[in-house]
Every structure is written in C-alpha cells, then in structure tokens.
Design a protein around this ligand. Structure first.
Ligand SMILES: *[C@@H]1O[C@H](CO)[C@@H](O)[C@H](O)[C@H]1NC(C)=O
Ligand SMILES: *[C@@H]1O[C@H](CO)[C@@H](O)[C@H](O)[C@H]1NC(C)=O
Ligand SMILES: *[C@@H]1O[C@H](CO)[C@@H](O)[C@H](O)[C@H]1NC(C)=O
Ligand SMILES: *[C@@H]1O[C@H](CO)[C@@H](O)[C@H](O)[C@H]1NC(C)=O
Ligand SMILES: *[C@@H]1O[C@H](CO)[C@@H](O)[C@H](O)[C@H]1NC(C)=O
Length: 397
C-alpha cells in the first residue's frame, strides 16, 4: 500500500514538473524557464591507471569493498600503476534555468552532484517548494545549470575504472565552465526540451555549487584554475579530523546491472550502487530530519557510481587554490555520516581551511543542524539554502 502511494505521489510530482517547462514557450506557470541540453564536452587529459579489482557481478562488488577496506591492502598511492590518455567527447545531459524576473540572473550557479544521484539531486520533485534547490535559486533570482556527471543519468557512461574518475571530471567541469562563460552553452549543444529563448544567455559571474564528490571536483578545479570561478559553495564535504573514517562500507555496494537490470541495464563493468533503501538512509539521511517519502524518493532516483571515482576521490584534495579570489563556503549536515564520522561538531579548523584559500574574499563553515549527508532531501533544507544565499549576498553575489 505504502509503495502504491509513493508511486502515485511520484507520478503526480512528475506531472507537475512537466507542466513547468512547456516545450512551446517559457516561462512556465511559476516563472521557471528551463532548457534541457545535450552538451558535447571534449576532454583530452591524462588520467591515473589504478590497481583495483574488476567488478562484473555483485560477488565481485563485495570483494572490491573487501579489498578497498582490508587494512593490509595496498594504500591509494601504491595502487597507482601509471597514466593513460583520455581523449574523448562525452555527451553531458544538462539543464539551464534562467528566472523570468531575476535580479541576479547574470550570476550562474553551476551545480555538480555527488555519488548516488544525478542532477535530480538539485531538483527534488516531491514538495519541490520545500526541497528543490533549483527552485530556491531561481526564486532568489539566480540562473542555474545542473548536469549529470559522466557515468550518471543521461550522460555518457564511459570506462568505470580509470575514465570516470575525479581528475577527468575536473576537466569536464572546466570545459562546462568555459563554455558557459563564453555564452555558447546553449548554442553549441543539442536542445532536447524546454524553453527556446535562452540561446544567448551569457553569465557575468559563475558560482560553483557542489555536493559531496561534486564539491571534491570543484576543489580540484579551484586549485588548478582558481580564476575560473567567482564563488564556491561546497556542500556535503568538509576537511576535518574524521574524514579518514570515510568508508565505502556503509553503501553495501552491489553490481549496478545486477541490483536492478531494468534501471541499470546500460551500466557496464565497474559500476556499483547502494544495495538497499537502508544503505541509502545510512549514507544520506539522519532520523529526525527526513520524511519517509524523501527516503523513498532518494532510493527511487539512486544512481550508480564508478569504482574509479571512489579510488580517485582524494587525489585532488589538500592542494591550495592560490588563484581563487571569490568567497567559499563549506556547508555540511551536522550529522554527516560519511565525511564527519557522524558528527561534524568540533572536527574542523577554520585557520587551516583559510590556508588552502589564501586569496579568498570570505570563507565560512556552516553545519546544518541535525542533518545528514543528503542536504536537499532533509527537512529544513530551504532554511539551509537561505544560509547559502545570504553568504553569497555578503560577497555581492
Ligand atoms: C603506502 O604504501 C607504501 C608501500 O607499502 C609505503 O611505502 C607508503 O609509505 C605508504 N603511503 C602512505 C601514505 O601510507
Ligand atoms: C584526440 O582524438 C581526436 C578524435 O578522435 C583526434 O583527431 C586527435 O588527434 C586526438 N588527439 C590526441 C592528442 O591524441
Ligand atoms: C524569454 O521569453 C519570455 C516570454 O516571452 C520573457 O519573459 C523572458 O524574459 C525571455 N528570456 C530571455 C532570457 O530572453
Ligand atoms: C558542539 O560542541 C560544543 C563544545 O564541545 C558544545 O558546546 C555544543 O553544544 C556542540 N554543539 C552541538 C550542536 O552539539
Ligand atoms: C533550520 O536551518 C536553519 C539554518 O541552518 C537553522 O538556523 C535552524 O535552527 C534550523 N532549524 C531546525 C529546526 O533545525
């Protein structure tokens, strides 16, 4: 019965969503003007070739977790076998939304989601006025671009071992940022739906917004190319004393194709997904700050990750970003299980953070009370978004 209700709620929600972005002409009834794009992104870069086990079944996936977490296994450094060249054009599925009446529409928020989701993480369809970050950003007057990272959603799903890795995804974000800044994001893409008159949209400023691995990717971009971005909101991530306890264990990984052949039939070797709804709760939500329907939703929209992105997660961390001059905010659930070992209070050092961003105009850390890792899926999400927007406004963004 409960699952029937969920299906109904989801069906109703998707109808509401469809009404928002009418194909004939923007803006939708709520002033939302969005265009859905297929952006070609060409990457020509070096990637690390890793020593790790192949995953072609759920038995393999569990064995991969075993190998990654066994204390006598090779550490990350000694798993580096060499480098490969990645010279590929990926198809990136993205959505650009520009507010109909936007006082800040020339500021583009470029949002990069984390593992376990695709771009829907930013645009929750259940009670969207309480949860959708896209809606909140538009209401605040910002434009926003969300996209499926490679390996997820409707974007390309390349080799999961070395290609779908942190370093390559930094390159993808760099290309998307350059394209957006040039004003050619829409004109150089294939339009697959939505508003028709955003073709000339050219932002004056770009604020990177990330969640979890998405924040890690932004951290990589800022240290490589700090001038690329005017601000950074790093959610679901914090350098802190408990970060070493982050583990692939709680996900209970299974081979994606075996976990759900219907949903993940196109996931090849090396794509893994959390096994159950309970794993989704442990990784993303904290009892007391989520509604059951949102846990159901998080489970329903789950997306596999690649073994390569887990093994390469830390490769871009810890490097300073001397050329980044904008404001940077670390925004994390107080009870984040993965990155703070379940409690972020008293785990971090703002002085140490400032050393990584020596030219940054403002740096802040916000712990969202009582909340787990999945910030957009947690109660009080909207009050959290206000904290983000207020921080940006203080820096005239
Ligand atoms: C990783 O393992 C290698 C080989 O055992 C060792 O030399 C190195 O110090 C280790 N690195 C770290 C960061 O623990
Ligand atoms: C990258 O790939 C393109 C198209 O396949 C090819 O034309 C080009 O020469 C390649 N570049 C390098 C540096 O390998
Ligand atoms: C798109 O068209 C709508 C209605 O015709 C208009 O209100 C809006 O300002 C236009 N947006 C852009 C970016 O030109
Ligand atoms: C965080 O820790 C401080 C000092 O240990 C304590 O006073 C404060 O109440 C804690 N905050 C929360 C939200 O638990
Ligand atoms: C909701 O979030 C805001 C912003 O972080 C915070 O000030 C407030 O205390 C939160 N409310 C609850 C009930 O946690």
């Amino acid at each position: 019965m409960a699952s029937v209700l969920v299906v109904l709620v989801l069906a109703a929600a998707s109808l509401v969503k469809k009404a928002k972005a009418s194909p004939t002409g923007p803006p939708g009834p709520d002033g939302r003007q969005c265009v859905q794009l297929e952006v070609p992104v060409t990457v020509n870069t070096k990637a690390i070739h890793w020593l790790q086990k192949k995953v072609d079944s759920t038995v393999d996936a569990v064995d991969w977790v075993d190998d990654m977490t066994t204390w006598t296994s090779p550490n990350t450094t000694s798993r580096i076998l060499g480098q490969i060249t990645v010279n590929e054009t990926f198809k990136i599925s993205g959505q650009l939304c520009v507010p109909a009446k936007g006082s800040r529409s020339d500021i583009l928020q470029l949002a990069t989601h984390g593992v376990g989701f695709d771009k829907r993480y930013w645009d929750v369809e259940i009670k969207s006025s309480q949860y959708s970050y896209v809606d909140a950003a538009l209401a605040e007057g910002y434009s926003i671009f969300t996209y499926d990272r490679i390996g997820t959603g409707s974007s390309s799903k390349p080799d999961a071992y070395d290609v779908v890795s942190t370093g390559v995804q930094v390159e993808v974000l760099r290309q998307l940022t350059t394209l957006a800044r040039s004003g050619k994001l829409v004109s150089s893409s294939k339009k697959v739906g939505g508003a028709s008159n955003l073709s000339n949209y050219k932002p004056a400023k770009i604020v990177q917004v990330g969640h979890s691995l998405g924040s890690v990717i932004i951290i990589g971009l800022l240290s490589d190319d700090g001038a690329s971005s005017d601000g950074a909101i790093l959610t679901g991530f914090l350098y802190n004393s408990q970060i070493g306890s982050a583990s692939v264990g709680p996900w209970g990984f299974e081979f994606a194709k075996e976990n759900d052949p219907k949903k993940f039939g196109d996931r090849r070797s090396g794509y893994i997904v959390q096994a159950t709804k309970s794993n989704t709760q442990l990784v993303f939500l904290k009892k007391g700050t989520f509604e059951p329907a949102l846990l159901d939703y998080a489970w329903q929209i789950r997306q596999p990750g690649s073994v390569g992105e887990f093994i390469s997660l830390a490769t871009v961390l810890g490097h300073p970003a001397p050329a980044f001059k904008g404001p940077v905010q670390f925004f994390i659930g107080e009870k984040d299980y993965g990155f703070c070992g379940g409690d972020c209070n008293n785990t971090y050092d703002v002085t140490a953070l400032k050393k990584l961003y020596p030219a940054s105009s403002a740096l802040s850390v916000h712990l969202q009370p009582g909340t787990g890792h999945g910030l957009t899926l947690s109660t009080n999400a909207t009050e959290g978004y206000k904290v983000i927007f207020d921080f940006l406004h203080e820096s005239k963004l």
